[in-house]
Ligand binder design. Sequence first.
Ligand SMILES: [Mn+2]
Length: 431
Amino acid sequence: MTKHIIDAAQVEQHNASQRAALQADYDALGGMLSRRGVDIEALTAKAQTFAVAVPSWGVGTGGTRFARFPGKGEPRDVTEKLEDCAVINQLTRATPAVSLHFPWDKPTDPKALRQQADELGLGFDAVNSNTFQDQAGQAQTYKYGSLTAQSKAAREQAVAHNIDCIELGKTLGSKGLTVWVGDGSNFPGQHNLRGALERYIDSARGIYAALPADWLMYIEHKLFEPAFYCSVIADWGTSFAVAQTLGEKAKCLVDLGHHAPNTNIEMIVARLAQFGKLGGFHFNDSKYGDDDLDSGSIDPFQLFLVFNELADATLRDSAFSPAYMLDQSHNVTDPIESLMSSAVEVQRAFVQAALVDRAALAGFQEANDALQSAQALKKAFRTDVSPILAMARLRSGGAIDPVAAYRASGYREQVAVKRPPRAGASGSGIV
Ligand SMILES: [Mn+2]
């Protein structure tokens, strides 16, 4: 029996006030889709299967390199982070797993943490290592790199940390390790470009060797920042080469914000899927760089096009199932509200992509009908599937309108009282 953080009766009361309007909208959309030969019930059932993981660090207020403006009632440790994650899943029913980040979330008692997660109906997604900042008491600094550092001792320390993350993840029931390093250089000539990647591969082999048989290692690339001249794992090509070199259990992770502006990300998705190396996603949105804005808040069409490729890949291989996760920085919103809205936006793109008439699209493509090909995608993208998403939530026990239900619950005000700021509380960070 899952323990609900927000009183289930309150959610029920919220749903009761919106149920009739939702049913009317749902019936109207069902009629429209039926004329297109689409069964709304099948789409709703599909929407109910959708899941995207929440990063533990996302429930705290983010910040920029200039400042961080903390919010009220921020979680101060990993158990409080799990409570917030449970609220997000309770209301959206789309975020059943949490991605932890070590050492920020290192539990004193992993078994107790796993039990808390079980009670809250949560599981653990991939664990994340952190070698982009120094931790108190560590012997070697990462100032000049971690897995690619010139210092052998620093490289060994970084490999050992990643192996520790795997061991901790095993006790929590996780099945993957995401590796992102900030390694790179700020000046031309600072690094031997090839030598740095050789060191990375050598270090990554040490981590890969410690992976359990049923685990995946996700290689996350990022164009720049903190390295501003070159990053060692800057792009999907490098990520792909590393994943190929390491072996079957190494896959590429695509963070939507980690590319140059205007990069055709959906094409990267198609390429990685084609060659069996698309491991997963960090969803967010951006206007200029790695802005880590809420998913779908800037360019929802791009998000749709990514899911369009994923739908195509799934048709070709039904076993294809990349890992989905949100990775955002919430600076001016309540993180719980942003994560709920973002989960819904990613789910929206998933359902819209399922609406694409693939047979018609293939026909237009074969006939070189560029205009109708584009229209086939736009037709799916323009369809407002909100009633499907709301009905999926309602049927799965969530809230018709998660943000409204959350605000009505008074949760933030309650935790603001229960969680006075604590010195040295675990921070939030973003990659
Ligand atoms: Mn990321």
